[in-house]
Write a protein that binds this ligand. Structure first.
Ligand code: NCD
Ligand code: ZN
Length: 332
């Protein structure tokens, strides 16, 4: 088999950045994806319907056949009126960032209960809650597992709220999501299917593999892979593609985030094929996520060809995952 036809991919977690950086990243992105859930951790953050609409229009101005699914940054002070306007402006989800846990999250949430009134309105209005599930005060490798109880509390308290535990990186979080009620789903990135902590700090320091949540132990990666290969409808793709200019990564302190958008789909094809799970890839990238978000499944497709190619060292000034490596599948 030398042609692989897949649904035009959806990505339920992406950073497209802003200002001069936006157009380049959006054009890389729209070559691979039909829809993407665009994260709100810009400066200023997306916290009003006006900012959301303005951001959406700027994205659309840089891409022809791409549909941005917009998000707002969760905080405790939203009124129902604002949330209704967010909905009317095309917001699909609100994003929960614990304070200080990752890039541009200093204004995140400290007190879980403080957002309960807003979560109740979001449940009522049919928003998805997207969660960066890490406890900032915990030891870096324990941050995800230390956060699980909070997701559990939210899902119990708001049983009709659709909750996404983003970018699973531990066996503990995988286990929690697979056994949680059906209102709890999760995204998995391509880099958490590939990397362990060894790939970040095991040899020479690899700043382009540094991201939140950190890639962890081999057993955690195995659990994340098993979840991606489970065929469960609550597990779907969210790239967390997070480009930073090379000079913001190769410095101290270096920014967290892996730039995966230009290589994600070819890498996923290789990973699923090598695991003998290629038949599960269409739902993972173009089915389950749309179902969970209540969107129609795409009717378009893309074709990958089996043709080795070398990943460029940089795209628009950002170093991609697998830079300089030879990949087996290429986008036609
Ligand atoms: C993301 C970024 O750079 O915006 N970084 C990352 O390491 N994943 C933010 C995030 O999703 O945590
Ligand atoms: Zn992210």
């Amino acid at each position: 088999m030398n042609d692989l036809i897949l649904p035009l991919p959806d990505d339920f977690h992406v950073h497209l950045r802003q200002d001069e950086a936006l157009a380049g990243y959006v054009s890389d992105y729209a070559e691979q994806f039909g829809r993407g859930l665009v994260m709100p951790n810009t400066i200023p953050p997306i916290t009003t319907p006006e900012l959301l609409l303005d951001y959406k229009q700027k994205i659309l101005a840089s891409a022809s056949r791409f549909e941005p699914l917009m998000t707002f940054k969760l905080h405790a002070a939203y009124s129902r009126d604002t949330l209704e306007k967010m909905k009317a402006s095309g917001a699909a989800a609100g994003k929960y960032y614990p304070a200080g846990v990752t890039t541009n999250s200093q204004d995140g949430i400290s007190e879980l209960e403080s957002v309960f009134p807003v979560l109740e309105m979001m449940e009522d209005l049919g928003f998805v809650l997207s969660i960066h599930g890490e406890e900032p005060s915990a030891f870096c490798l324990d941050r995800e597992s230390a956060f699980i109880w909070r997701v559990e509390r939210i899902a119990e308290r708001f049983p009709k709220l659709k909750v996404v535990f983003e970018h699973l990186s531990t066996a503990a979080a995988v286990d929690f999501v697979l056994n949680a009620p059906e209102n709890v789903a999760a995204t998995i990135t391509v880099h958490h299917l590939m990397l362990t902590l060894d790939d970040v700090i095991g040899d020479g320091l690899q700043p382009h593999h540094f991201c939140k949540p950190l890639p962890k132990f081999p057993a955690d990666r195995e659990a994340v892979r098993a979840a991606a290969f489970s065929g469960r409808s609550k597990i779907f793709f969210g790239s967390d593609s997070a480009p930073h200019p090379r000079e913001k990564k190769e410095c101290a302190p270096g920014a967290a985030g892996v730039y995966t958008a230009p290589v994600a789909i070819p890498l996923l094809a290789e990973i699923f094929e090598n695991a003998g799970k290629l038949s599960l890839l269409p739902d993972f990238i173009g089915g389950f996520g749309a179902d969970f978000y209540g969107l129609p499944r795409t009717s378009e497709s893309i074709t990958l060809v089996r043709e080795p190619w070398v990943v460029p060292d940089s795209y628009h000034g950002a170093v991609p995952l697998a830079a300089g490596k030879t990949l087996q599948w290429k986008l036609k």
